[in-house]
Write a protein that binds this ligand. Structure first.
Ligand SMILES: [Zn+2]
Length: 399
């Protein structure tokens, strides 16, 4: 029997209220103004959230020199993330029942809960998996389409399925080949065009679509009036852009897909978040080694799990995003998306996963504090206005 009483400003979908939480045997059993003796108490500088959920991470199964389930999970805990969903672009992608089950069997016994995506790619068919990931253009891994028409022929078999799409039109990317830099070789219109196709497929085939790492104002315009599609925003597209990148220590390593965009795009994404339009803050945590990133042809992607919670304090304190919206995009939204009803909230019956942020204790990102195996962060040298103060998983204090 384990039991502890937490007290502090608890964030829920309705707002922030100083309350007590009783954690017993891995669950929240009571919540409210209980008048109990607290084991852990936090002041008004802190906020207690349900453990954060990141629905888009690459934990690199089969490429363990970059990351593995264990180091990735430790990086998640550093960021206050207690559940996540791993992408399928592995050397052997989970694309049917056998390959999917083989990947499930490799999941570790670790406090962080990991869900998996199955891959949707050329020649795949639905096999009863709860969610699929479709790469509409070449990025990292072997699964991608040559055109949106080719993708459409596969997607039409997935009626009723939940699919997250990497939205870039491969034909537009092909046409932009040879551009002077990575950003211009993956233009904004490639994203908007792919999003338009996905929205059509929602109507035509009855798929349940989520747009991964939405990065441009043009794509935002496509999804703005739609209630039948969700979208993710990433820390890197909200924080960095093609103009400010060089002010940062790791600015040269900020190559990812979709790429960094213009300041006006970044501001539009921040505005959509503040207005409560975005569905998920998802990192697209994509570890590659420093050696790879510093090479002549660096792979795309940056590692972001370690800094999830510290980045959220920047949203709250510097950008003025409300705690309720953070609750929506970091807690309740991800839990609903992954169909995990006992996560993403702290009502009695919920799992006793709590992430405490301290908005009065700034955090400067340093390499030696990172748990990701790749050992670097795009935020190195950045001072966030707050930090992750404590993390509880199943009622146990793990950070
Ligand atoms: Zn990704």
């Amino acid at each position: 029997m384990s039991r502890s009483v937490l007290e502090g400003p608890v964030v829920g979908s309705e707002g922030v209220k100083v309350e007590q939480l009783v954690l017993e045997n891995g669950r929240v059993t009571q919540r409210g103004d209980l008048g109990l003796k607290a084991d852990h108490q936090w002041s008004q500088d802190c906020l207690l959230f349900p453990g954060f959920g990141d629905i888009h991470v690459h934990l690199r199964e089969g490429q363990e020199y970059k990351e593995d389930f264990h180091t990735g999970s430790e990086a998640a805990l550093n960021g206050g993330v207690t559940f996540c969903c791993d992408m399928p672009n592995n050397p052997t992608p989970p694309l049917d029942q056998d390959t999917f089950s083989a990947k499930v069997a490799k999941l570790p016994d670790h406090p962080v809960h990991i869900e998996l995506y199955a891959a949707l790619g050329p020649g795949t068919r639905p096999f009863g998996c709860r969610r699929y990931k479709g790469f509409l253009a070449h990025s990292t891994g072997p699964l991608y389409f040559e055109s949106l028409l080719e993708a459409r022929e596969v997607v039409k078999e997935y009626g009723g399925c939940r699919i997250t799409f990497h939205c870039e039109d491969p034909v537009i990317l092909e046409g932009a080949k040879g551009a002077p830099n990575h950003e211009e070789s993956r233009p904004a219109q490639a994203e908007a065009e792919a999003v338009r196709h996905v929205l059509r497929w929602v109507e035509e085939f009855g798929i349940i679509a989520n747009v991964a790492h939405l990065s441009t104002e043009a794509a935002l315009r496509e999804v703005y009036e739609r209630t039948d599609v969700t979208f993710e925003l990433t820390p890197h597209h909200l924080f960095f852009d093609v103009e400010n990148r060089n002010r940062f220590e790791r600015g040269k390593l900020l190559k990812m897909n979709p790429p960094l965009r213009r300041p006006s795009d970044r501001k539009a994404l921040l505005k959509s978040l503040k207005e409560g339009r975005a569905n998920f803050l998802a990192t697209d945590h994509a570890p590659h080694t420093l050696e790879e990133k510093l090479s002549g042809s660096p792979p795309s992607g940056v590692p972001l799990l370690d800094t999830y919670g510290a980045f959220v304090t920047w949203l709250l304190k510097t950008e003025g995003v409300s705690p309720q919206i953070v609750h929506q995009v970091c807690c309740s939204g991800p839990a609903q998306f992954l169909e995990l009803p006992d996560r993403g909230h702290l009502s009695p019956g919920a799992r006793a996963d709590v992430t405490v942020l301290n908005l009065a204790r700034p955090h400067t990102v340093k390499r030696e504090q990172l748990a990701t195996k790749c050992g670097w962060s795009p935020f190195e040298g950045v001072t966030f206005p707050g930090s992750v103060e404590a993390v509880f998983v199943g009622g146990e204090k793990v950070r």
